[in-house]
Design a protein around this ligand. Structure first.
Ligand code: AMP
Ligand code: MN
Ligand code: MN
Ligand code: MN
Length: 285
């Protein structure tokens, strides 16, 4: 048996590295049958007022959202926050700090790509970044497709911009404790995004979940555009074992780049506690 609510609680707009406006995403979500939606831009909540207004105007229930970049055991992990107050000072200040390092990292990425024979990447990526504070690897990937270095963005992430490949620059983001605390203080629920993506060993993954739960993290993404069916089963079982609530989201970025469209996810397995049941009084209707 599947959960009957079509919830999509993870996607990106031009306020981070998506290609659509929040209003366009709201319409697309509604048209695709989504019943509960959250926009979760990377390290940024400036799109939240547009997203919630657009959703409510078309009768689509809404939860505030964000996807925070953190560093754990030397790797980048993403923590999704849901149902928080978007203007909460501690959260806004923390996100502002998190965004600060991006332009310097982008210049270093560009220098490294230049050494690999790819010139003008910083300026090229900047053209795609609607929000200059949020210049991301995705914007570099779009530039490299535009200039014919690669056929598509997934080829870019296979050959460039990832550890040990040209254009990758080590970066220290926030800590797990910071991200979970900012979300909690703002009244929201913290969720580990797409856990299968991190390729941690069993011990490292145990450490990640322990640290996250120790600081009051309550959820994990089980169904996501980044998980295969087998991976969803693994994390459904882990959610049960650890008593975590389960979340689901397409991680939609663009009509031409994303594997899954908004609203096209299978339902959460019925044995799980959907994360929105912890957020009943935070849903905007
Ligand atoms: P950043 O926050 O600048 O490190 O960029 C991370 C973003 O790059 C992610 O949110 C995805 O949108 C994109 N990304 C990372 N890895 C991949 C991949 N293997 N394939 C496609 N997009 C990816
Ligand atoms: Mn992204
Ligand atoms: Mn992510
Ligand atoms: Mn995402």
């Amino acid at each position: 048996m599947k959960s009957h609510l079509n919830a999509d609680l993870h996607c990106h707009s031009v306020f981070s590295d998506g290609t659509l406006m929040p209003e366009e995403l709201a319409l697309r979500a509604k048209a695709n049958g989504v019943q509960l939606w959250a926009l979760t831009d990377h390290d940024e909540v400036s799109g939240q007022s547009c997203a919630s207004a657009a959703a409510l105007a078309i009768g689509l229930d809404y939860l505030t959202g964000v996807e925070i970049s953190v560093t754990f055991l030397g790797r980048t992990v993403h923590i999704v926050g849901l149902g928080f107050e978007a203007d909460h000072p501690a959260l806004c200040q923390g996100l502002q700090q998190t965004r600060c390092g991006r332009s310097r990292r982008a210049l270093e990425m560009s220098d490294d790509l230049k050494r690999a024979g790819i010139a003008g990447a910083y300026e090229g990526a900047l053209k795609y970044a609607g929000n200059l504070d949020l210049i991301s690897r995705t914007h570099f990937a779009r530039f490299m497709v535009e200039t014919g270095v690669c056929q598509d963005t997934s080829e870019v992430f296979r050959k460039y911009l990832t550890p040990d490949k040209p254009g990758f620059v080590e970066h220290r983001w926030a800590t797990i404790k910071d991200a979970v605390t900012w979300i909690r203080e703002a009244g929201g629920v913290a969720v580990i995004a797409h856990p299968a993506r991190y390729k941690f060993s069993a011990n490292e993954e145990f450490a990640l979940f322990s640290e996250f739960m120790g600081h009051g993290g309550l959820g994990v993404e089980v169904i996501t555009g980044s998980h295969s069916h087998a991976e969803a089963v693994v994390y459904a079982n882990l959610a049960m074992e650890l008593g975590l609530a389960a979340s689901c989201g397409s991680d939609f970025h663009s009509p031409t780049e994303s594997r899954l469209d908004l609203g096209s996810l299978p339902g959460l397995p019925e044995k799980l506690t959907p994360v929105w049941t912890l957020l009943n009084d935070r849903i905007l209707r």
